[in-house]
Ligand binder design. Structure first.
Ligand code: ZN
Length: 497
């Protein structure tokens, strides 16, 4: 007698092979059989007409704190995500006191948080108060730098400070973190020289982790930034993941042809270099960071590319939610100020935590990056304010509905690979991202004919259509399209740790 048998599904293994018609048997938290299952079960699910795929692994999550403060993480599980990899763009969860300062801009920081010791303490906190999905963590470079140097310092670390940073990274890796992330456009990571990043990445390389980077430049300097990123992995001796691969600013459109070429060249040299992407032409970030990087200044724009004020939407304005959804252009007109001055006035009145969505990418580039075999999928979601970028709710169904079914950019089996087996392999998550006997029962069931995102920039907090069931470690977290509130997740550790 099995615990659960899913019958008549089109089963995708997550390895890029086409689906097969089969049943899936689950005992406890594991898949025990795939094929024709005659044995009876306590619970049955008729999945006729549905695809069963490995639960999606969001390689680019910023929900480090949200998995603890809002353990339902509804925006994730409704779209079929069963594992998030947190700690991206340099924003890591430990040491916890530095993390609470560093995260303020992108996460709701709860002052009642108990402090945790290092990444071992963070992963324990996840296990003690489990969310509805699994959590794996990257060590964040900003957070260890801030902790080791006592704040945002616009200089290189002293040898002692660098040794402290290395120790913190080593602790994270020993605790089971999957790698190290940087965000070299943000404070304080932007003040790091390449050699500092190589030094901390060596602690990761020594423990078979990977180097993940929001690169120093995604605009005019994109190609040099890709070279720096690959060079850091090469010098330290570890694999590389380029975060949210894109070219920002109209003058840089088309450069992804060359950045993809650099990835191909590194792969041909035997390096493990891959990337991730969210399927939209708008990015989302702190307004402060856009100003600091020259997005609204004169010239061709800096590290984050150019956007005009009418391309910028306010997502989250702490204490002034009535402003959310307005464009920067509306303030330019109201105050009769240039874009940068209007942005600075917003920051001085409402603080540096203002989050925005900013258009500035080319749809052709998005498709080209998506179709390239180096690309996996991640949300980069920031579910804050009343108008968050819709990627927090819509990334996976948008890939499956718009880019697979409607536009044919990817085949279904290829898209599923980029959402499950590929990230599990890259981030060393054992027995995840696969439907086969022995794998953990993280499964998403969706209707390939109807699956689609419904989150928009105007109305972003909408779950998808066509994803009726999501299973995490053998338990339904979404059933018949509704969150069950099951807290079935756990902390995941790098496979060899
Ligand atoms: Zn980023």
């Amino acid at each position: 007698m099995h615990d659960l048998v899913i019958r008549n599904a089109t089963v995708h293994a997550g390895s890029g092979t086409p689906g097969i018609s089969a049943d899936i048997a689950i005992d406890g938290d594991r898949i025990v059989a795939v094929g024709q299952i005659d044995e009876d079960a306590i619970e049955h699910l008729d999945a006729s007409g549905l695809v069963a795929a490995p639960g999606f692994i969001d390689v680019h999550s910023h929900d480090d704190f949200q998995v603890l403060t809002e353990p339902d993480v509804t925006h994730n599980v409704l779209q079929g995500i069963t594992t998030v990899i947190v700690g991206n763009c340099g924003f890591g969860a430990a040491p916890s006191d530095a993390a609470q300062v560093q995260m303020k801009a992108i996460q709701e920081v709860d002052s009642t948080f108990k402090l945790w010791a290092g990444y071992s303490g963070y992963l324990e906190a996840v296990d003690q108060n489990p969310p509805s999905l699994n959590v794996a963590a990257l060590v964040g470079h900003h957070t260890v730098r801030r902790a080791a140097m006592g704040g945002v310092e616009k200089r290189a670390p002293t040898p002692d400070e660098l040794a402290t940073m290395r120790k913190m990274v080593a602790e994270g890796m020993e605790a089971g973190a999957v790698g190290l992330s940087t965000g070299l456009v943000y404070e304080p990571g932007r003040y790091s020289e390449t050699s500092e990043v190589v030094a901390v990445a060596e602690e990761v390389a020594a423990r078979s982790g990977i180097y993940v980077s929001h690169m120093r430049n995604e605009g005019d300097g994109l190609l040099d930034a890709v070279r720096e990123t690959i060079g850091i992995g090469s010098s330290a001796g570890c694999g590389v993941e380029i975060s949210h691969h894109k070219a920002v600013g109209a003058e840089n459109w088309g450069k992804v042809t060359q950045s993809l070429g650099l990835i191909e060249a590194a792969q041909a040299d035997g390096m493990d270099v891959t990337a991730d992407q969210y399927p939209y032409t708008a990015r989302s970030t702190m307004l402060f960071a856009l100003v600091q990087n020259g997005t609204f200044g004169s010239g061709s724009g800096g590290a984050m590319g150019r956007s005009s004020p009418d391309e910028v939407l306010l997502c989250s304005v702490p204490g002034a939610s009535g402003l959310e959804g307005r464009t920067l252009q509306s303030f330019v007109e109201e105050w009769d100020l240039p874009g940068e001055d209007a942005a600075n006035r917003l920051l001085s009145e409402h603080g540096n935590e203002v989050l925005v969505a900013a258009f500035g990418m080319d749809e052709g580039d998005v498709r080209m990056v998506m179709a390239h075999p180096s690309t996996m999928i991640g949300t980069d979601g920031l579910d804050r304010g009343s108008k968050p970028h819709p990627r927090a709710w819509g990334t996976y169904p948008r890939i499956l509905g718009k880019y697979v079914r409607e536009e044919g950019i990817l085949s279904l089996e290829d898209a599923i690979w980029r959402m499950s087996g590929f990230p599990a392999k890259k981030f060393s998550l054992k027995d995840r991202g696969a439907i086969r006997p022995g794998a953990f029962a993280d499964i998403v069931l969706f209707d390939p004919k109807t699956v689609i995102d419904s989150a928009t920039f105007e109305d972003p907090r909408n779950g998808p259509d066509g994803i009726p069931h999501v299973i995490v470690n053998g338990k339904f977290v979404v059933k018949d399209g509704k969150h069950t509130h099951a807290r079935a997740g756990r902390a995941l550790h790098r496979a060899d740790s």
